[in-house]
Design a protein around this ligand. Structure first.
Ligand code: PMP
Ligand code: GLU
Length: 387
């Protein structure tokens, strides 16, 4: 058969996190003893109020197309949240509700990147940034950060990589996989850089509610000189444990929103109507979100203390999100070799740090959105193979 795949698509690959998650599920189904920490998703169930709202919405026949950008009620609620909690000056005309934040990301990149453009990504980073950038035909330009420096980003690092073709910068705050939460200094640097070079900034804030040790989340979209050039991405997957419902959103100025609507109206049309109704109820689940956050925090400490007690492992405490991203010095192994070794010898499924790009060498990502007993067992199994 002819090779039908486009060059654009050939440049990118399958999502490693999604693929590894599937591998873990398959291994378990085959009865193989594996502890899987590859998936990045809450281990909590969706709050009852959200489930009840969805059932009521279906019974009330909220089963038709909604307006393409999302129901006015939901877009208003999202805009209000962004104004009140994030200081983003927005309204319902600047919001697009999508089936998952991942689709909002896809729309933002496809709408504004093309062949000849360059997109900066501080790494380690969520693998789909690179894959989607490559699908658009643009060049992915990593800005590698160091675990030893707390994954701190400086303006100098960005200036080193900028060219007259740089059109966009993607930041994830808090970061998947490193857990880093941007400091005020970093926010200032990014804003000054984006303003000086007139570039767009994608601010992926999907882990916004999962922040530890009194750190504060600041949205780039609230910074006056760059507010019109920031596309904020968020959703309900992490804050309300709604990964399988597939709902997220983008917030951007009306001109950018109009461009992204070309993709929305010609692809998904709209996000599932009863899921939109249910998501309205998620805004009242602040108590549940806080309980989840506290539980992740306990498990972060459990896994970090455990891993740091193993010689050769350096596991910084995640400042946000629910991933331990740690370095292992063991017989000169690469990240891939380490992940294979851990799976083969300890039956523990993790993601090699290099799946997240430059800066992930000799590193492993382990999701601590998993039960404490499994985390403890994983530490003990790893202690055996690394001692
Ligand atoms: N961005 C990051 C950094 C993520 O980790 C995820 C979750 N996989 C997403 C976006 C997409 O989330 P959603 O489930 O809303 O598509
Ligand atoms: N947030 C998850 C992860 O990073 C889900 C998988 C994905 O969306 O790529 O593992």
């Amino acid at each position: 058969m002819r090779d039908f795949e486009t060059k654009r698509l050939k440049r990118s690959g399958l999502s490693p996190t999604v693929a590894l998650n599937a591998k873990g599920i398959e291994m378990k189904e085959k009865g193989i003893d594996v502890l899987s920490f590859a998936a990045g998703e809450p281990d909590f169930d969706t709050p009852d109020a959200v489930k009840e709202a969805a059932i009521q919405a279906i019974l009330a026949n909220k089963t038709h197309y909604t307006s393409a950008a999302g129901t006015v009620a939901l877009r208003r609620a999202i805009a209000q949240k962004l104004r009140e909690e994030n200081g983003i000056d927005t309204d319902e005309n600047c919001i697009i509700v999508t089936p998952g934040a991942k689709l909002a990301l896809f729309q933002a990149l496809l709408a504004f990147l093309e062949e000849g453009d360059e997109c900066l990504v501080p790494t380690p980073a969520y693998p789909s940034y690179r894959a989607i950038i490559q699908m658009t035909g643009a060049s992915y330009i990593p800005v590698p950060l160091k675990i030893e420096e707390g994954f701190h980003l400086t303006r100098g690092m960005l200036e080193e990589k900028v060219t007259d073709r740089t059109k966009m910068l993607i930041v994830c705050n808090p970061c998947n996989p490193t857990g880093h939460v941007l400091t005020d200094e970093e926010i200032k640097d990014i804003a000054a850089f984006a303003e000086a070079h007139e570039i767009l900034v994608i601010s992926d804030e999907i882990y916004e509610k999962l922040i530890y040790d009194g750190r504060v989340h600041r949205s780039l979209g609230s910074i006056p000189p760059i507010k019109d050039r920031v596309i904020t991405l968020n959703g309900f997957s992490k804050s309300a444990a709604m990964t399988g419902w597939r709902i997220g959103y983008s917030a951007a100025n009306p001109v950018l929103t109009k461009a992204m609507m070309k993709l929305q109206t010609n692809t998904v049309n709209c996000t599932a109507s009863f899921v939109q109704e249910a998501s309205l109820a998620a805004f009242s689940c602040t108590e549940e979100t806080e309980l989840m956050r506290r539980s992740y925090l306990q498990r972060r400490d459990l896994i970090c203390d455990g891993l740091n007690s193993i010689p050769g492992i350096f596991c910084p405490r995640a400042e946000g999100a629910f991933y331990a991203f740690f370095k292992i010095d063991y017989q000169g192994m690469t990240a891939e070799q380490l992940a294979d070794y851990i799976l083969e010898k300890a039956g523990v499924l993790v993601v090699p740090g290099t799946a997240f790009g430059e800066g992930g060498e000799k590193c492993i990502r382990l999701s601590f959105a998993a039960d404490a007993a499994s985390l403890e067992m994983a530490v003990e199994r790893m202690r055996k193979i690394f001692s």
